[in-house]
Design a protein around this ligand. Sequence first.
Ligand code: GMT
Length: 376
Amino acid sequence: MNIGIVCYPTFGGSGVVATELAKGLAERDHNVHVLSYDRPARLDTFRTNISYHEVNMNTYPLFEYPPYDLALANQMANLIEYEDIDVLHVHYAIPHATSAYLAKQILGDKATDVPLITTLHGTDITIVGSDPSYKSIVDFSINQSDGVTAVSKYLRDETYDRFDIKKEIAVIPNFIDLERFQRSDKEHFRKAISPDDEKIIVHVSNFREVKRVPDVVSVFDHVLKNDIKAKLLLVGDGPDRNRAERRCRELGVCDQVRFLGKQDQVEEVLSIADLFLIPSGSETFGLAALEAMSCSVPVISSNIGGLPEVNIHGETGFLCDLGDIDEMGQYAVDILSDEDLHKRIAKNARKQAEKFEMSKVITQYEEYYKQCRAEI
Ligand code: GMT
Protein backbone atom coordinates (compact mmCIF):
# COMPACT_ATOMS: atom_id res chain seq x y z
CA MET A 1 0.00 0.00 0.00
CA ASN A 2 0.94 3.66 -0.32
CA ILE A 3 0.30 5.00 3.14
CA GLY A 4 0.24 8.64 4.24
CA ILE A 5 1.02 9.18 7.93
CA VAL A 6 0.49 12.59 9.47
CA CYS A 7 1.87 13.33 12.93
CA TYR A 8 3.46 15.77 15.33
CA PRO A 9 7.25 15.53 15.25
CA THR A 10 7.59 15.46 19.03
CA PHE A 11 9.86 13.22 21.09
CA GLY A 12 7.07 11.61 23.09
CA GLY A 13 3.73 9.97 22.61
CA SER A 14 1.87 10.25 19.35
CA GLY A 15 4.94 11.33 17.37
CA VAL A 16 6.88 8.25 18.48
CA VAL A 17 4.01 5.84 17.82
CA ALA A 18 3.37 7.31 14.35
CA THR A 19 7.04 7.24 13.36
CA GLU A 20 7.68 3.73 14.64
CA LEU A 21 4.54 2.60 12.82
CA ALA A 22 5.84 4.22 9.62
CA LYS A 23 9.14 2.39 10.00
CA GLY A 24 7.43 -0.92 10.75
CA LEU A 25 5.14 -0.61 7.74
CA ALA A 26 8.08 0.32 5.50
CA GLU A 27 9.87 -2.85 6.63
CA ARG A 28 6.84 -4.77 5.36
CA ASP A 29 7.37 -3.23 1.91
CA HIS A 30 4.66 -0.58 2.07
CA ASN A 31 5.55 2.87 0.77
CA VAL A 32 5.10 5.34 3.57
CA HIS A 33 4.86 9.11 3.28
CA VAL A 34 5.28 10.98 6.56
CA LEU A 35 3.87 14.49 6.77
CA SER A 36 4.80 16.82 9.64
CA TYR A 37 5.94 20.37 10.32
CA ASP A 38 9.41 19.16 11.30
CA ARG A 39 11.34 15.91 10.92
CA PRO A 40 10.04 13.56 13.61
CA ALA A 41 12.69 12.79 16.22
CA ARG A 42 12.62 9.03 15.57
CA LEU A 43 12.80 9.38 11.77
CA ASP A 44 16.53 9.61 12.04
CA THR A 45 17.99 7.61 9.16
CA PHE A 46 17.34 7.27 5.44
CA ARG A 47 15.04 4.43 4.42
CA THR A 48 14.26 3.64 0.80
CA ASN A 49 10.50 3.40 1.13
CA ILE A 50 9.83 6.22 3.58
CA SER A 51 9.54 9.76 2.24
CA TYR A 52 9.31 12.69 4.56
CA HIS A 53 7.25 15.69 3.46
CA GLU A 54 7.66 18.84 5.50
CA VAL A 55 4.62 21.08 5.70
CA ASN A 56 5.81 24.36 4.27
CA MET A 57 4.23 27.56 5.43
CA ASN A 58 4.84 31.00 4.10
CA THR A 59 3.94 33.74 6.51
CA TYR A 60 2.60 37.10 5.45
CA PRO A 61 2.37 40.30 7.51
CA LEU A 62 -1.42 40.03 7.44
CA PHE A 63 -1.36 36.63 9.18
CA GLU A 64 -0.97 37.21 12.86
CA TYR A 65 -1.65 33.48 13.20
CA PRO A 66 -0.29 31.61 10.16
CA PRO A 67 -2.97 29.10 9.02
CA TYR A 68 -1.07 25.84 9.52
CA ASP A 69 -4.24 23.75 9.16
CA LEU A 70 -4.78 25.09 5.64
CA ALA A 71 -1.17 24.55 4.55
CA LEU A 72 -1.46 21.03 5.92
CA ALA A 73 -4.75 20.37 4.08
CA ASN A 74 -3.25 21.65 0.86
CA GLN A 75 -0.22 19.41 1.22
CA MET A 76 -2.38 16.40 2.14
CA ALA A 77 -4.44 16.94 -1.01
CA ASN A 78 -1.21 16.99 -3.08
CA LEU A 79 -0.02 13.85 -1.34
CA ILE A 80 -3.23 11.94 -2.05
CA GLU A 81 -3.37 13.07 -5.66
CA TYR A 82 0.26 12.80 -6.75
CA GLU A 83 1.57 9.95 -4.59
CA ASP A 84 -1.46 7.78 -5.22
CA ILE A 85 -2.17 7.28 -1.54
CA ASP A 86 -4.29 4.23 -0.56
CA VAL A 87 -4.77 5.15 3.11
CA LEU A 88 -4.37 8.44 4.95
CA HIS A 89 -3.66 7.82 8.64
CA VAL A 90 -3.58 10.87 10.88
CA HIS A 91 -2.36 10.84 14.47
CA TYR A 92 -4.10 13.30 16.77
CA ALA A 93 -7.51 14.74 15.94
CA ILE A 94 -6.57 18.41 16.12
CA PRO A 95 -5.89 19.69 13.53
CA HIS A 96 -4.85 16.62 11.53
CA ALA A 97 -8.27 14.98 11.16
CA THR A 98 -9.83 18.31 10.29
CA SER A 99 -7.22 19.15 7.66
CA ALA A 100 -7.55 15.65 6.21
CA TYR A 101 -11.31 16.08 5.87
CA LEU A 102 -10.70 19.34 4.02
CA ALA A 103 -8.10 17.70 1.76
CA LYS A 104 -10.62 15.02 0.77
CA GLN A 105 -13.26 17.66 0.08
CA ILE A 106 -10.81 19.53 -2.16
CA LEU A 107 -10.19 16.38 -4.21
CA GLY A 108 -13.84 15.28 -4.41
CA ASP A 109 -14.21 12.13 -6.54
CA LYS A 110 -10.47 11.66 -6.76
CA ALA A 111 -10.30 10.83 -3.04
CA THR A 112 -13.50 8.90 -2.38
CA ASP A 113 -11.67 5.57 -2.25
CA VAL A 114 -8.96 6.80 0.14
CA PRO A 115 -10.00 6.04 3.72
CA LEU A 116 -9.15 8.63 6.35
CA ILE A 117 -8.14 6.96 9.59
CA THR A 118 -7.77 8.99 12.77
CA THR A 119 -5.87 7.68 15.77
CA LEU A 120 -6.70 9.35 19.07
CA HIS A 121 -3.76 9.53 21.45
CA GLY A 122 -4.89 11.44 24.44
CA THR A 123 -4.57 15.10 25.04
CA ASP A 124 -6.48 15.67 21.78
CA ILE A 125 -9.48 14.21 23.63
CA THR A 126 -8.90 14.54 27.36
CA ILE A 127 -7.57 18.07 27.47
CA VAL A 128 -7.66 20.02 24.21
CA GLY A 129 -10.75 18.38 22.75
CA SER A 130 -12.92 19.12 25.74
CA ASP A 131 -12.12 22.82 25.52
CA PRO A 132 -15.42 24.36 24.33
CA SER A 133 -13.56 26.21 21.59
CA TYR A 134 -12.57 22.91 19.97
CA LYS A 135 -15.32 20.48 20.94
CA SER A 136 -17.56 20.85 17.88
CA ILE A 137 -14.71 20.54 15.46
CA VAL A 138 -13.35 17.44 17.22
CA ASP A 139 -16.84 15.87 17.14
CA PHE A 140 -17.17 16.68 13.48
CA SER A 141 -13.69 15.55 12.43
CA ILE A 142 -13.91 12.21 14.25
CA ASN A 143 -17.31 11.50 12.74
CA GLN A 144 -16.04 12.34 9.26
CA SER A 145 -13.17 9.85 9.56
CA ASP A 146 -13.66 6.49 7.84
CA GLY A 147 -11.88 4.70 10.67
CA VAL A 148 -11.10 5.74 14.23
CA THR A 149 -8.72 4.09 16.65
CA ALA A 150 -7.85 4.86 20.28
CA VAL A 151 -4.73 3.73 22.12
CA SER A 152 -6.59 2.25 25.11
CA LYS A 153 -10.03 1.11 26.21
CA TYR A 154 -10.02 4.01 28.63
CA LEU A 155 -9.53 6.52 25.80
CA ARG A 156 -12.20 4.87 23.67
CA ASP A 157 -14.75 5.07 26.52
CA GLU A 158 -13.70 8.58 27.42
CA THR A 159 -14.16 9.69 23.81
CA TYR A 160 -17.67 8.23 23.73
CA ASP A 161 -18.48 9.95 27.03
CA ARG A 162 -17.16 13.38 26.13
CA PHE A 163 -18.16 13.60 22.48
CA ASP A 164 -21.09 12.74 20.30
CA ILE A 165 -19.39 9.98 18.33
CA LYS A 166 -21.34 7.87 15.89
CA LYS A 167 -18.38 5.84 14.65
CA GLU A 168 -17.13 2.62 16.13
CA ILE A 169 -13.76 3.21 17.77
CA ALA A 170 -11.25 0.35 17.52
CA VAL A 171 -8.69 -0.02 20.30
CA ILE A 172 -5.14 -0.49 19.00
CA PRO A 173 -2.62 -0.02 21.80
CA ASN A 174 0.86 1.50 21.83
CA PHE A 175 3.59 -0.98 21.00
CA ILE A 176 7.21 -1.69 21.79
CA ASP A 177 10.30 -2.88 19.98
CA LEU A 178 11.36 -5.64 22.37
CA GLU A 179 14.79 -5.92 20.76
CA ARG A 180 15.65 -2.30 21.24
CA PHE A 181 14.00 -1.95 24.64
CA GLN A 182 15.63 -4.70 26.61
CA ARG A 183 17.97 -4.58 29.53
CA SER A 184 21.55 -4.48 28.39
CA ASP A 185 24.79 -4.43 30.31
CA LYS A 186 25.63 -0.80 31.08
CA GLU A 187 27.74 -1.46 34.16
CA HIS A 188 30.19 1.40 33.43
CA PHE A 189 27.27 3.84 33.17
CA ARG A 190 25.74 2.50 36.37
CA LYS A 191 29.04 2.86 38.22
CA ALA A 192 29.38 6.46 37.01
CA ILE A 193 25.89 7.36 38.23
CA SER A 194 25.87 5.39 41.47
CA PRO A 195 29.46 4.84 42.64
CA ASP A 196 28.26 3.66 46.07
CA ASP A 197 25.79 1.21 44.62
CA GLU A 198 22.84 3.51 45.20
CA LYS A 199 19.48 2.37 43.78
CA ILE A 200 18.56 4.17 40.57
CA ILE A 201 15.09 5.64 40.09
CA VAL A 202 14.15 6.99 36.66
CA HIS A 203 11.41 9.22 35.27
CA VAL A 204 11.04 10.05 31.57
CA SER A 205 8.60 12.63 30.23
CA ASN A 206 8.16 15.93 28.45
CA PHE A 207 7.86 17.69 31.84
CA ARG A 208 4.38 19.00 31.13
CA GLU A 209 2.33 19.84 34.23
CA VAL A 210 0.24 16.72 33.68
CA LYS A 211 3.35 14.54 34.26
CA ARG A 212 3.69 15.83 37.85
CA VAL A 213 7.48 15.81 37.89
CA PRO A 214 7.59 17.56 41.31
CA ASP A 215 5.69 14.52 42.68
CA VAL A 216 8.50 12.32 41.34
CA VAL A 217 10.98 14.34 43.39
CA SER A 218 8.78 14.07 46.50
CA VAL A 219 8.47 10.29 46.14
CA PHE A 220 12.25 10.12 45.76
CA ASP A 221 12.65 12.16 48.94
CA HIS A 222 10.39 9.67 50.75
CA VAL A 223 12.71 6.87 49.64
CA LEU A 224 15.81 8.70 50.92
CA LYS A 225 14.09 9.42 54.24
CA ASN A 226 13.61 5.66 54.63
CA ASP A 227 17.36 5.15 54.63
CA ILE A 228 17.61 3.84 51.10
CA LYS A 229 20.62 5.16 49.25
CA ALA A 230 19.34 6.23 45.85
CA LYS A 231 19.81 8.48 42.85
CA LEU A 232 17.08 10.00 40.72
CA LEU A 233 17.54 10.40 36.96
CA LEU A 234 15.11 12.76 35.27
CA VAL A 235 15.06 12.34 31.49
CA GLY A 236 13.37 14.90 29.25
CA ASP A 237 12.66 18.57 29.49
CA GLY A 238 9.72 20.92 29.34
CA PRO A 239 7.69 23.60 31.07
CA ASP A 240 7.74 22.08 34.57
CA ARG A 241 11.49 21.69 34.83
CA ASN A 242 11.81 24.81 36.99
CA ARG A 243 9.17 23.55 39.41
CA ALA A 244 10.95 20.21 39.63
CA GLU A 245 14.28 21.93 40.31
CA ARG A 246 12.61 24.08 42.96
CA ARG A 247 11.17 20.97 44.66
CA CYS A 248 14.69 19.46 44.71
CA ARG A 249 16.03 22.59 46.43
CA GLU A 250 13.14 22.71 48.92
CA LEU A 251 13.71 19.08 49.89
CA GLY A 252 17.49 19.37 49.88
CA VAL A 253 17.98 16.48 47.46
CA CYS A 254 19.78 18.28 44.59
CA ASP A 255 22.99 16.26 45.00
CA GLN A 256 21.11 13.01 44.48
CA VAL A 257 19.16 14.16 41.41
CA ARG A 258 20.45 14.39 37.84
CA PHE A 259 18.53 16.20 35.10
CA LEU A 260 19.69 14.40 31.96
CA GLY A 261 17.62 16.42 29.45
CA LYS A 262 16.22 14.90 26.26
CA GLN A 263 17.85 11.59 25.36
CA ASP A 264 17.63 9.67 22.10
CA GLN A 265 18.78 6.35 23.58
CA VAL A 266 16.42 6.20 26.53
CA GLU A 267 16.79 2.41 26.66
CA GLU A 268 20.37 2.91 27.90
CA VAL A 269 19.15 4.87 30.90
CA LEU A 270 16.37 2.35 31.53
CA SER A 271 18.97 -0.44 31.48
CA ILE A 272 20.44 0.82 34.74
CA ALA A 273 17.11 1.65 36.40
CA ASP A 274 15.81 -0.16 39.47
CA LEU A 275 12.47 1.62 39.48
CA PHE A 276 10.42 3.82 37.14
CA LEU A 277 8.01 6.50 38.39
CA ILE A 278 5.10 7.89 36.37
CA PRO A 279 2.66 9.70 38.70
CA SER A 280 0.75 11.45 35.86
CA GLY A 281 -2.50 13.31 36.32
CA SER A 282 -3.68 12.14 32.90
CA GLU A 283 -2.29 9.36 30.75
CA THR A 284 -4.24 7.58 28.04
CA PHE A 285 -1.75 4.75 27.72
CA GLY A 286 1.69 5.54 29.15
CA LEU A 287 4.22 4.62 26.48
CA ALA A 288 7.04 5.65 28.83
CA ALA A 289 5.87 3.03 31.35
CA LEU A 290 5.79 0.36 28.63
CA GLU A 291 9.34 1.25 27.58
CA ALA A 292 10.50 0.89 31.17
CA MET A 293 8.71 -2.42 31.63
CA SER A 294 10.24 -3.74 28.44
CA CYS A 295 13.64 -3.06 30.04
CA SER A 296 12.53 -5.11 33.08
CA VAL A 297 12.00 -2.08 35.29
CA PRO A 298 9.18 -2.18 37.90
CA VAL A 299 6.78 0.76 37.57
CA ILE A 300 5.00 2.82 40.20
CA SER A 301 2.29 4.88 38.55
CA SER A 302 -0.90 6.69 39.32
CA ASN A 303 -4.06 4.65 38.72
CA ILE A 304 -5.25 7.18 36.16
CA GLY A 305 -6.52 6.75 32.60
CA GLY A 306 -5.05 3.90 30.59
CA LEU A 307 -2.20 3.17 33.00
CA PRO A 308 -4.03 0.22 34.66
CA GLU A 309 -4.21 -1.43 31.21
CA VAL A 310 -0.41 -1.40 31.07
CA ASN A 311 0.86 -1.54 34.65
CA ILE A 312 -0.72 -4.34 36.67
CA HIS A 313 -0.97 -3.67 40.40
CA GLY A 314 1.17 -6.06 42.45
CA GLU A 315 2.49 -7.78 39.35
CA THR A 316 4.43 -5.36 37.19
CA GLY A 317 4.59 -2.60 39.76
CA PHE A 318 2.06 -0.66 41.82
CA LEU A 319 -0.79 1.75 41.10
CA CYS A 320 -1.61 4.55 43.52
CA ASP A 321 -4.15 7.33 43.86
CA LEU A 322 -3.20 10.56 42.17
CA GLY A 323 -0.85 12.64 44.32
CA ASP A 324 -0.55 10.06 47.09
CA ILE A 325 3.16 10.58 47.68
CA ASP A 326 3.26 8.50 50.86
CA GLU A 327 1.73 5.45 49.20
CA MET A 328 3.96 5.73 46.14
CA GLY A 329 6.96 6.28 48.42
CA GLN A 330 6.09 3.24 50.54
CA TYR A 331 5.76 0.98 47.48
CA ALA A 332 9.09 2.33 46.21
CA VAL A 333 10.71 1.45 49.54
CA ASP A 334 9.15 -2.04 49.42
CA ILE A 335 10.43 -2.74 45.91
CA LEU A 336 13.90 -1.32 46.49
CA SER A 337 14.48 -3.06 49.81
CA ASP A 338 13.21 -6.53 48.94
CA GLU A 339 15.38 -8.26 46.34
CA ASP A 340 12.98 -11.15 45.72
CA LEU A 341 10.02 -8.82 45.23
CA HIS A 342 12.10 -6.67 42.86
CA LYS A 343 13.18 -9.69 40.82
CA ARG A 344 9.63 -11.03 40.53
CA ILE A 345 8.16 -7.71 39.49
CA ALA A 346 10.97 -6.95 37.03
CA LYS A 347 10.41 -10.31 35.33
CA ASN A 348 6.64 -9.80 35.16
CA ALA A 349 7.14 -6.31 33.76
CA ARG A 350 9.08 -7.63 30.78
CA LYS A 351 6.47 -10.40 30.27
CA GLN A 352 3.68 -7.84 30.28
CA ALA A 353 5.59 -5.69 27.74
CA GLU A 354 5.71 -8.72 25.42
CA LYS A 355 1.92 -8.46 25.04
CA PHE A 356 2.47 -5.16 23.24
CA GLU A 357 5.12 -6.48 20.88
CA MET A 358 5.55 -4.22 17.88
CA SER A 359 4.91 -6.62 14.99
CA LYS A 360 1.62 -7.85 16.50
CA VAL A 361 0.31 -4.29 16.76
CA ILE A 362 1.56 -3.29 13.31
CA THR A 363 -0.37 -6.25 11.93
CA GLN A 364 -3.46 -4.92 13.73
CA TYR A 365 -3.01 -1.57 11.95
CA GLU A 366 -2.47 -3.30 8.59
CA GLU A 367 -5.66 -5.33 9.06
CA TYR A 368 -7.53 -2.21 10.06
CA TYR A 369 -6.33 -0.39 6.93
CA LYS A 370 -7.58 -3.29 4.79
CA GLN A 371 -10.93 -3.31 6.60
CA CYS A 372 -11.40 0.44 6.09
CA ARG A 373 -10.45 0.17 2.43
CA ALA A 374 -12.99 -2.62 1.94
CA GLU A 375 -15.74 -0.69 3.72
CA ILE A 376 -15.34 2.67 2.00
O1 GMT B 1 2.29 12.27 27.02
C1 GMT B 1 2.47 13.27 26.32
O2 GMT B 1 2.63 14.36 26.81
C2 GMT B 1 2.48 13.18 24.82
C3 GMT B 1 1.17 12.64 24.36
C4 GMT B 1 0.86 12.95 22.93
O3 GMT B 1 -0.29 13.39 22.73
O4 GMT B 1 1.65 12.75 22.01
O5 GMT B 1 1.15 11.24 24.59
C5 GMT B 1 -0.13 10.62 24.54
O6 GMT B 1 -0.04 9.62 23.54
C6 GMT B 1 0.84 8.53 23.85
C7 GMT B 1 0.90 7.62 22.62
O7 GMT B 1 -0.33 7.11 22.28
C8 GMT B 1 0.37 7.82 25.12
O8 GMT B 1 1.22 6.75 25.43
C9 GMT B 1 0.38 8.85 26.27
O9 GMT B 1 -0.15 8.22 27.43
C10 GMT B 1 -0.48 10.04 25.92
N1 GMT B 1 -0.30 11.08 26.92
C11 GMT B 1 -1.29 11.52 27.71
O10 GMT B 1 -2.41 11.06 27.69
C12 GMT B 1 -0.94 12.60 28.66
